[in-house]
Design a protein around this ligand. Sequence first.
Ligand code: RP5
Length: 261
Amino acid sequence: MNPLTPKKSRNGTAPGYPPRQHVEESDAKWTKSLNWYKPPEYTAEVVFQHEGEWADPADVKSVNRTFVTRTQNGEIPVPLDSQGRPLNPIGRTGLTGRGLLGKWGRNQAGDALLTSIDIQSRRLQLLVIARKDSGQKALPGGMVEGGETTAITVARELFEETGAKFDFEIATMVYAGVVDDPRNTDNAWMETTVLHKHLTTDERAAMHLKAGDDAQAVHWVAVNKELLASMYASHGDFVRLALINLKNIPEIALLLADLLN
Ligand code: RP5
């Protein structure tokens, strides 16, 4: 399993996006020079309107930070194009500019991955939101604000989108790096840190769920292959990574045999 199989970054779309130039996986790497590669450029109006708030200036040269990406070996600088724009570490996406993303280069998020056993069905369940933009099921999560730590971002976003309050200082980090998000472009992309907590029956029963902010609904759903295949961006892959950790708990391992094959 590879959370970075970048299908949605090359084929996906988001409100207002023009069609992407088609890019085969074999042509994605920046090290392969392609004289026919001339993708359209798109930055949403809302991004320009929020320059100096959550969005960078239009002129990339006036951005005063090193463009990096998070990998398994830590943060490393990304290459720049001839105009000084950062290049997406997963390669060509068929679209330049920033799309709906505010920052040149990586746009950092945090995601909450909450699992529990449903006492009635005795099945493993996952807390999901329905996103307001696409209606797709997703992990509760959102953008890192100011100098927040990941644990703070994840707790804040979980509360805003679901009404649930948890401390993520003690949680399992299942993933940190690039997300295969349909908003990604050649010059702006999503990166996230996913924090997992497996809740006890009592912790779950004490929750008062109420959808808010970017979520139109919130609920517990059974974890199955259909769910994992239909989740937003790379979220299904993040859940698979969490399941690998959960299989060390004997009572859960039995429930997971089918999913992890
Ligand atoms: C995804 O976008 C991240 O994994 C996170 O769930 C989400 C953050 O963007 P918004 O929900 O704030 O739009 O790539």
